[in-house]
Design a protein around this ligand. Structure first.
Ligand SMILES: Nc1nc2c(ncn2[C@@H]2O[C@H](COP(=O)(O)OP(=O)(O)O)[C@@H](O)[C@H]2O)c(=O)[nH]1
Ligand SMILES: [Mg+2]
Length: 371
């Protein structure tokens, strides 16, 4: 696949701060390739799952292969295992059980306030003898959890503007570059044209990582030499996207500079420079949060929101050992749309956030069941 990649002359010269270069980019141009449906292996599953959104019965959710795949990825988490252990012994609904449930939610990173709220509500309802058994309480818990996530289940609509500019931000290692690769694959699978901007100019490896995703999905990557000015790389990419009528431009950014304020200043500068070409750009600022970071995620959202403004979240690494509860804490604290979640490292593992599928994946399938 690499043989139809060609490179233009690179400029190693650092670009002056606010002045975007005219034609200094190193660009890897991939030959146009028909969108490859196979590169988004879960698209069909997801469509099936989304058709089912709104169905109440847990058994109906389980019937969908899309839903099953959420469960496969989420059920290994400590949070899901804790809930499963708690419910599968068909417990008596007493204070001790509710205390254990509360502990389980807190341990799963739901956050103390959210967990306490939730359990106090269930406690009142237990007091009113609303639940015949633990199964009924589990169903109520499921509905409550879905209800809390429903307001943030707002998918990204990247069709309103062209090029639609997505700026990916977040601290180091959360999965920004990987998520850009997955998004590029998704958009290509939908038949859209994409350009990527290698705006993490601090590490050569970050540029190479983005270029390798670009190569796999036949997406051009605009880059300059390492140490280049991020704002100028991203400006260049937007100019390229405009001149080619590209539908989506996604810009990577660094996660760590010498100081926190350095990082935030750089993001502000990127916003200013993009604004010279399109006052509405970026149309989406996606903050990537690592699902395993726990309550520190709250702090990260606050900082990025103040510094650059955030319009949507992506929560990654919810597969494996992530606790998952942080999604509830984020929803409660900020109400920012959760656009996507990462359920693995592959191109098809970035899912449009689906509150019901997510909750079903965390909860045991049924009492005494094999969830
Ligand atoms: N298991 C898992 N790993 C992920 C996910 N998203 C990203 N990663 C991994 O996290 C690591 C850091 O990702 P990277 O994109 O380089 O982070 P960045 O520094 O924010 O750009 C890489 O090893 C990725 O493969 C996910 O959803 N699940
Ligand atoms: Mg990166």
């Amino acid at each position: 696949m690499l043989n139809f990649w060609k490179k233009k002359a690179a400029t190693e010269e650092p670009q002056p701060a606010e002045v975007p270069p005219e034609a200094a980019a190193t660009e890897a141009v991939a030959a146009p390739v028909a969108p490859d449906a196979a590169s988004v292996p879960d698209a069909a599953d997801e469509a099936a799952a989304q058709l089912e959104t709104g169905t109440d019965a847990a058994s109906a959710h389980e019937a969908s292969p899309g839903r099953r795949s959420w469960r496969e990825r989420l059920s290994g988490s400590g949070f899901a295992r804790g809930l499963s252990t708690l419910f599968t012994r068909n417990p008596v609904l007493d204070d001790a059980f509710l205390d254990e449930l509360e502990t389980c939610l807190i341990t799963g990173d739901v956050g103390v306030t959210a967990a306490t709220d939730l359990v106090e509500d269930l406690r009142r309802r237990v007091g009113k003898r609303e639940f015949a058994d633990a199964g009924a309480l589990l169903e109520a818990l499921r509905a409550e959890l879905v209800r809390r996530l429903a307001p943030v289940e707002v998918p990204l609509d990247a069709s309103g503007r062209q090029p639609f500019v997505i700026l990916m931000v977040g601290v180091n290692g959360v999965g920004k570059t990987t998520t850009i690769g997955k998004l590029a694959s998704r958009f290509r699978g939908e038949g859209r044209s994409v350009v990527l901007a290698a705006g993490d100019t601090f590490r050569a490896a970050a540029v190479e990582q983005l270029q390798s995703w670009g190569a796999r999905h036949a997406v051009p990557v605009i880059a300059q030499g390492s140490g280049a000015d991020a704002a100028s790389v991203i400006f260049d990419a937007l100019q390229t996207a405009r001149s080619r009528d590209t539908e989506v431009m996604i810009a990577d950014t660094a996660g760590r500079l010498h100081t926190q304020s350095g990082l935030m200043d750089e993001l502000a500068k990127i916003r200013r420079v993009l604004g010279k070409l399109d006052p509405a750009a970026p149309h989406e600022v996606l903050l990537v949060i690592d699902g395993t970071t726990g309550q520190n995620a709250i702090h990260q959202v606050r900082q990025f929101r103040e510094a650059i403004g955030v319009t949507g979240l992506v929560v990654t690494k919810l597969d494996g050992t992530a606790k998952g509860g942080v999604v509830f804490a984020l929803a409660r604290e900020f109400g920012l749309p959760i656009r996507y979640v990462g359920l693995g490292e592959g191109a098809g593992d970035l899912r449009v956030f689906d509150a019901a599928a997510f909750v079903d994946g965390l909860l045991p399938a049924a009492l005494g069941g094999n969830g």
